[in-house]
Design a protein around this ligand. Sequence first.
Ligand code: UDP
Ligand code: MG
Length: 314
Amino acid sequence: MRPILYLVIPCYNEEEVLPETHKRLKEKFTTLMKEQKISSKSRVLFCNDGSKDQTWNLITNYHQEDNLFSGLKLSRNRGHQNVLLAGLMYAKDKADIAISMDADLQDDINVIDAMLAEYQKGKDVVYGVRSSRTKDTFFKRFTAQGFYRLMKSLGVDIVYNHADCRLLSKRSLQALAEFQEVNLFLRGIVPLIGFDSSIVYYERNERFAGTSKYPLKKMLSFAFDGITSFSIKPLRLILSTGVLIIFISIVIMLYTLITKIMGNPIDSTHLLIISIWFIGGLQMLSIGIVGEYIGKIYHETKRRPRYIVEEIID
Ligand code: UDP
Ligand code: MG
């Protein structure tokens, strides 16, 4: 049996790249179908994340021309992770497998063949991993690598250099649906599903048109979300810092006491001011981190829908 494949592609203001993406995927899917690797019911599902440009119009046109192309439209911009989830959850009921990939095709589309081969070997999750980042800017490479290291050191189980290019089988999509959290970080959740997985490598290319939809601000908040939704180590850090500071203050106390006993005068005002400022700053930082977690609890308890699908053309 040839599996039905849904290729889920989040699109946010991608009018510049979509024509090329559309062309390349059309070719790719035609070959895959000819080679009998996928069912003719397979689809390219463009998921519009509240784009302000012509993206949705392009998608509807593609759908009218050819029913290989489907579209899903969120009611407004909800971010990459949410729109991706919306697409995957739609694919869950329609497809045997879903592969997610960015609209700019920075991830080599030939990775689809490799992923399908792994699926045929019985893998439920196949992670696409970048074999090199030579085409990324130094800044992107540096920040991304720092992020993976930090996550690892905080005990979050994520696949190194794997972004959101992955294959999920029907049952792993169903398992993913069980995760109800609002602060969604798919890279952290997918390894928690636990089914048999494997990795395929590909070259990461440059964006061929348009600009990155992930400016520094979004990137930082993505990283911060990833950490605070998965790790309580920052809380532990507060505790150990507290212990360390108490220890230091005891040492200073003993030092002051000994100087006094030995009959030497001490000017403690400077020491006092420094310590007050230091502790004050530290307390504020700690409260800030605790607040971050309380913020998470707050969002989770509200149980707001993570996305609202406005329209589906399939
Ligand atoms: N994207 C999205 N919603 C957003 C931001 C980005 O759906 O709010 C999509 C975007 O259209 C693209 C993918 O997420 O398909 C990755 O974005 P981009 O290529 O700009 O990120 P980069 O490759 O620079 O990290
Ligand atoms: Mg990109």
